[in-house]
Design a protein around this ligand. Structure first.
Ligand SMILES: Nc1ncnc2c1ncn2[C@@H]1O[C@H](COP(=O)(O)OP(=O)(O)OP(=O)(O)O)[C@@H](O)[C@H]1O
Length: 546
């Protein structure tokens, strides 16, 4: 190779290196610019929107407002002798926990409007365990201009939380449990809704099915959510109504359709398992605060059908012991509810009787992450799974798409399922002695071990079919005999005739009598409830009757 050729080649190699270095530098610069841009955006979103001096209690504080939080630090020293100001800690309040802002004024007795400005009050929620409690942060500053600037900015930021409802349809069941639903609403919920500027359209129901008929006809698009005040039966009626209405609106007779409106549940029943499962505590204030703060939780539901006829949508169904016990309780409606339930439980245990049936189920195979990609059960995926069929005597069969937490069963009747995993817990209790069955029931009160019996099966399923073999008439006849035996004083004991030949089912606390097979299908995230996923209910209540 000649010298000039070699030089040329070296030049080309050098040029290539230079180009590579320059390309690398440019790449690094570009990456640095991108990082700076992200940082700037982050700073902007967390940037200080307002800064000012307010008194919190008796001490002056430097208060900063960003788009997401309010922080305050004591100003030290406020006076040369204010050494103790150091003891005052800086504080923080997330705007996601604030549901109302008001201008505070000095007003004389009976004065309705006007008055000297005192500052801003922020109404917020504080967590105490599972409970949400109302709290207020007072920021004192006598300048009207300063206060209004803060009030306007805070109101604007809070209005930015899009999941918070502005107008809700409220249903109250005045006959729930101790007939306290109207009082609970007025006392604990209405003041919070008023404070948070949530407008309401209230229906106090007059009969069973009233809420369903209103829901079928009312103009739903006016509302941001629906609220029900009552027990589990009423909750189930409204969940069923919301899904049915969505299905009718979408003209989809075959497939269930997710309701676009979330449901808020104010517990006013005797057990309130749905409320406990999304709030972790049975407390109307916690429930109302979840609503005003717009905490949304998707929840799985089941469809219950018999011979292709939809019976209802709901969360849980119990066949055998659970159904028989509820049927006995319903016949003693005149008794106070807790006595009625204890009576029915003890009586059903005394007359413990298995059902002869065919139990088929479709195991839920997919993992939770896979399920999140497939919101509903498609027929193709289902075809890949195979039905498992068993035949035998069962004391109790329960299917639950939510954990069914309650103060009596803090970890739930179905601790092996969660709110939105697209599957249900199937718990089948085979025939055994009364004492073994009672041992199994008692384990629900403690934290675990209820499934570690040879006669108990627990499966995670996406569908269940139950076909009773014995004639339903057997159940009715036995009940008639029982009624005869129990007829004491005819003045105080109503005579209730056994009706039709059907098996009693407990569907979300409601008695449903079905003469033949029942098919249960799980539908992932079919409804949105105001609340959150919880693992355990705060409670020390225990069931005393067994
Ligand atoms: N005004 C009414 N009178 C009678 N029943 C009603 C009325 N309004 C609603 N209902 C029906 O009462 C049934 C039971 O309601 P709910 O679950 O609120 O009370 P509960 O059975 O006492 O509570 P729990 O199941 O927790 O003991 C529901 O099916 C509901 O449709």
């Amino acid at each position: 190779m000649s010298e000039p050729e070699e030089e040329l080649r070296e030049d080309a190699a050098e040029k290539k290196k230079r180009e590579k270095r320059s390309w690398r530098r440019k790449k690094e610069k570009r990456e640095q610019d991108e990082e700076e841009q992200v940082e700037q955006e982050e700073q902007h979103s967390e940037g200080v929107v307002l800064r000012g001096i307010f008194k919190l209690g008796k001490k002056s504080h430097d208060v900063l407002l960003t788009r997401t939080r309010l922080t305050w630090t004591p100003i030290i020293p406020e006076t040369p002798t204010a050494g103790e100001a150091c003891a005052v800690q800086p504080g923080v309040l997330l705007l996601q926990d604030v549901f109302a802002v008001k201008v505070k004024r000095r007003r004389g007795a009976g004065q309705q409007s006007g008055g000297a400005v005192l500052g801003v009050a922020l109404f917020c929620c504080r967590r105490r365990g599972r409970k949400l409690e109302e709290d207020t942060l007072q920021l004192h500053n006598a300048s009207a201009e300063h206060t209004h600037a803060w009030y306007n900015t805070l109101s604007e930021l809070i209005a930015g939380f899009s999941s918070r409802p502005r107008y809700v349809k409220v249903f109250i069941n005045p006959s729930s449990h101790k007939k306290e639903a109207v009082h609970i609403y007025r006392e604990h919920v209405a003041p919070l809704f008023k404070m948070a500027d949530v407008r309401t359209d209230i229906t106090v129901t007059e009969r069973k099915g009233h809420a369903l008929s209103v829901m079928k006809e009312c103009k739903l698009d006016e509302y941001d959510g629906v609220v029900c005040v009552g027990g589990d039966g009423f909750v189930a009626e409204l969940c069923h109504a919301l899904v049915l209405r969505a299905q009718l609106d979408a003209n989809s007779p075959e497939n269930p359709v997710k309701s676009s409106l979330p449901l808020g549940i104010i517990p006013a029943g005797s057990t309130d398992v749905v409320s406990c499962s999304v709030h972790g505590v049975r407390d109307p204030v916690t429930a109302a605060l979840h609503i005003v703060l717009g905490h949304l939780q998707d929840v799985d539901m089941c469809s219950f059908s018999s011979h292709d006829q939809l019976l209802r949508f709901g969360f849980s169904a119990m066949f055998g012991f659970g159904g028989q016990s509820l049927a006995r309780a319903e016949k003693k409606r005149w008794m106070p509810s807790s006595r009625r339930r204890e009576y029915a439980l003890v009586k059903t245990l005394a007359r413990l009787r298995p059902e002869d049936c065919q139990l088929s189920f479709l195991p839920a195979k997919r993992s939770t992450s896979e399920q999140a990609d497939h919101r509903d059960q498609s027929p193709d995926l289902e075809a890949e799974q195979t039905w498992v069929t068993k035949q035998g005597l069962y004391l109790s069969i329960s299917i639950m798409s939510i954990p069914c937490l309650s103060p009596h069963v803090p970890r739930g009747l179905a601790p092996n399922t969660s709110l939105a995993n697209g599957s249900a817990a199937l718990i089948a209790v085979g025939n055994t002695s009364r004492s073994e069955f009672i041992k199994h029931l008692k384990r629900y009160n403690s934290s675990s071990g209820q499934f570690s019996f040879s006669f108990v099966e627990a499966h995670t399923v996406s569908a269940v079919r139950i076909r009773p073999w014995s004639l339903p008439a057997a159940w009715s006849e036995e009940e008639s005999e029982e009624e005869e035996e129990e007829k004491g004083d005819p003045k105080t004991t109503p005579i209730i005739q056994s009706e039709g030949a059907a098996f009693p089912w407990n569907m979300d606390g409601e008695l449903v009598e079905i003469p033949n097979e029942v098919l249960v299908r799980v539908h992932q995230r079919l409804i949105t409830l105001y609340g959150e996923e919880v693992e355990e209910v705060e409670s020390n209540a225990s069931c005393s009757c067994i």
